[in-house]
Write a protein that binds this ligand. Structure first.
Ligand code: HEC
Ligand code: HEC
Length: 442
């Protein structure tokens, strides 16, 4: 304490948003120490606009929806092939619950659930595909990110297509590549599968969805009812994901004063991350993100990866399409030329669990990522790479230290009760991949 100057205490307090004092460490500058204190992740996320966030019963309902493949559109074998549906890409479609047509197209005959692309055993990202992108009803355009700690973000999607977590749930459910959902489909599935549960939670009977009012052209009251069901379900998904928190990584313990939590290599990596490697220019704060969009110059390479991705530019278009009730920003600005090719600075928490990396899984390992930054990134994407993308001149051993540091960002897994399958029916044979039924969790 004696070494602390008044100026330093103010700086820590301003950055960390609190006045907690952590003793300075030998080998860390005051500035690095202040940065470090500002990056500890604690507590539950807050979201005053989701009235169900604190309701554990609604979160459990969200968990059921997360594991349930009965809510999606189902591609029947006679419906013709999906676009871009070649199985090559390392996926074992049969293992993942698909059937193959004669021509080798995988068809999701049993439907698709959130859990297929956000697998608990893979840090809630997708380990079914060896590289690149995910398979839902079709190949997705991008790599499946983790949903661990996802409630702490400000923007969702690689392109910031949502600015609330339940708005992102709309994109996740509605996209033709993921589950192909819509309000009527969801309401029908809930009425058939969860009507008692829904009534117990929300105190209202699901309407009789065979009622002609729900067929187009729909009566105004039917529209309002569908919207209410939809809104509650999206918030239930968000309440569930808000419990998938992973704290207490070696990094967090080090930042809170445990000198032994990081090995020598990871500590050197930390100094590089803050200094010579410049990662903290963009990966800062408790989620290791500045919540901004940048180009690092990646090309659109890899199996099933679309040749063009406009990044933030298309994210703004998608954000604007969300109904205002699902948004934080009321007036979404039109994309400008400078938004083209930018992507959200990704959180780095739990990054060792969630390869491959980058928006289209272009880089396979963390070593590849560090090598990529060390060469100053690429110039192969749309738009202009950030001014921070310059060669770093890191030695081989400095690069290894940086990887060790990234590996120290892996937290404790969330409570097992949130990682098991409590949905209406577990498809036999799928438990190994997507999580055991909750009843058999010890
Ligand atoms: C077919 C695979 C697939 C399915 C099924 C799927 N997702 Fe995703 N998810 C993705 C991909 C790919 C992205 C990245 C979207 C983008 O930026 O293009 C994503 C992004 C997300 C994000 C934002 C994460 C971040 O880093 O911003 C959340 C939250 C999410 N999904 C939740 C869900 C929920 C809830 C469901 C079920 C309703 C679901 N997902 C179903 C593939 C999938
Ligand atoms: C100019 C801002 C910027 C700088 C500097 C920067 N990053 Fe990034 N980082 C990003 C953006 C943006 C993405 C997403 C890029 C994409 O997918 O196109 C990203 C993605 C990543 C990913 C992939 C995460 C995932 O889940 O796929 C890792 C790992 C990473 N950065 C580590 C680092 C390291 C280590 C450094 C320092 C050597 C660094 N970054 C420097 C902006 C930056």
């Amino acid at each position: 304490m004696a070494r602390a100057s008044g100026v330093f205490i103010v700086a820590v307090a301003a950055l960390a948003g609190c006045t907690e004092w952590v003793a300075p460490r030998p080998g860390l500058t005051e500035q690095d120490q202040a940065l470090l204190s500002s990056m500890v992740l604690r507590g539950m996320p807050v979201d005053p606009r989701n009235e169900y966030l604190d309701d554990a019963a609604v979160a459990e309902f969200g968990q059921q929806l997360f594991f349930d493949r009965g809510l999606s559109r189902v591609v029947l074998p006679d419906a013709g092939p999906m676009d871009g549906g070649l199985t090559d890409g390392g996926i074992d479609p049969l293992d993942a619950g698909y059937v193959l047509t004669d021509t080798g197209y995988p068809l999701a005959t049993q439907g698709v659930a959130c859990v297929h692309c956000h697998v608990p055993a893979a840090g809630f990202s997708d380990d079914r595909t060896a590289r690149n992108v995910s398979l839902g009803l079709r190949w997705t355009a991008r790599n499946s990110p983790t949903v661990l700690n996802v409630a702490f973000y400000e923007w969702w999607g690689w392109d910031g297509r949502a600015d609330t977590l339940w708005g992102q749930s709309v994109h996740a459910y509605d996209s033709p590549a993921t589950m192909g959902g819509d309000p009527l489909r969801l309401a029908r599935a809930l009425a058939a599968r969860y009507s008692d549960r829904y009534r117990a939670l929300f105190g209202e009977l699901l309407p009789d969805l065979d009622d002609a009012r729900f067929e187009p052209p729909r009566a105004p009251d039917a529209e309002a009812e569908l919207r209410r069901i939809y809104d509650r379900s999206m918030k239930a998904w968000a309440a569930y994901m808000s419990r998938l928190n992973s704290f207490d990584s070696p990094f967090d313990r080090f930042a809170q004063g445990d000198d032994h939590a990081l090995g020598e290599g990871a500590r050197r990596g930390l100094t590089l991350f803050f200094g010579k490697a410049g990662c903290v220019q963009c990966h800062r704060g408790p989620m290791f993100t500045d919540n901004q969009f940048h180009s690092v110059g990646l090309g659109q390479t890899g199996l099933n990866v679309p040749s063009v991705d406009k990044g933030r530019s298309s994210g703004l278009d998608l954000l604007k399409k969300l109904p205002t009730a699902f948004r934080r920003v009321a007036d979404v600005p039109a994309p400008t030329e400078s938004d083209v090719g930018r992507f959200r600075t990704k959180s780095l928490r739990n990054v060792s669990l969630t390869g491959p990396y980058m928006h289209a899984g272009q880089l396979e390992t963390l070593k590849d990522v560090v090598w990529f930054y060390n060469r100053g990134g690429d110039r192969d994407g749309l738009g202009t790479p950030s001014v921070f993308m310059e060669p770093l001149g890191l030695t081989e051993s400095e690069q290894s230290d940086l990887v060790l540091f990234l590996e120290s960002l892996t937290g404790q897994p969330p409570d097992a009760r949130w990682s098991c399958d409590n949905s209406r029916e577990t498809v036999e044979g799928m438990e190994r991949r997507f999580g055991a039924p909750c009843a058999v969790i010890p």
